[in-house]
Design a protein around this ligand. Structure first.
Ligand code: S3P
Length: 170
């Protein structure tokens, strides 16, 4: 892991429903690194679920806490870290994770993302009346950000193929 890129962590970014948590967990198992999901970490530390944080404290509060926890997690050694879908919108988060980690963008095809999101009611940003339109709008607005933030992008609708590609690149 260290030889090719000299980084001690692997960090996954990408749109909601791109498979960051599923793939991160499998990747950790394959590499022997510890898996941490940034959203789950935040929920545990705040003692609250993300939809409740959005509803009670607002998105700005969530983004500030997210930023603080990402800074903290970036100090760790030997982890696979899955970020929340909006984390890379803040350049300081990108800077923090890339100091110690290889940042990989899961460029999962849109139809697969939609499938993954179809049963989700835990994502406050997609809670409006027209979920499909909102998803499309956010996806279009963010696509370039993920590409620019990451060291590499990996694209496949199949989890096994994504894993294969990631393992080859680390
Ligand atoms: C968000 C994505 C979510 C979570 C929060 C905001 C976003 O994470 O951090 O609801 O802005 O895209 P997932 O990408 O794990 O759904």
């Amino acid at each position: 892991l260290h030889e090719k890129h000299g980084k001690r962590n692997i960090v996954l970014c990408g749109f909601m429903g791109s498979g960051k948590t599923t793939i991160g967990r499998k990747l950790a198992r394959l590499t022997g690194l510890e898996f941490i999901d940034a959203d789950q970490y935040l929920e545990a530390r705040e003692g609250k679920k993300i939809p409740d944080i959005f509803a009670e404290q607002g998105e700005a509060y969530f983004r500030d806490r997210e930023c603080a926890y990402i800074r903290e997690l970036s100090q760790r050694e030997g982890i696979v870290l899955s970020l929340g879908g909006g984390a890379v919108l803040r350049p300081e988060n990108v800077k923090a994770v890339r100091e110690t980690g290889l940042l990989i963008h899961l460029d999962t095809p849109y139809y697969r993302i939609l499938k993954n999101l179809s049963y989700s009611n835990t994502r406050p940003l997609l809670a409006g009346p027209d979920k499909q339109a909102e998803t499309r709008r956010l996806y279009n607005a963010r696509k370039a950000v993920y590409h620019h933030a990451a060291d590499i992008s990996v694209r496949s609708p199949k989890i096994s193929e994504v894993l294969e590609k990631v393992v080859k690149s680390i």
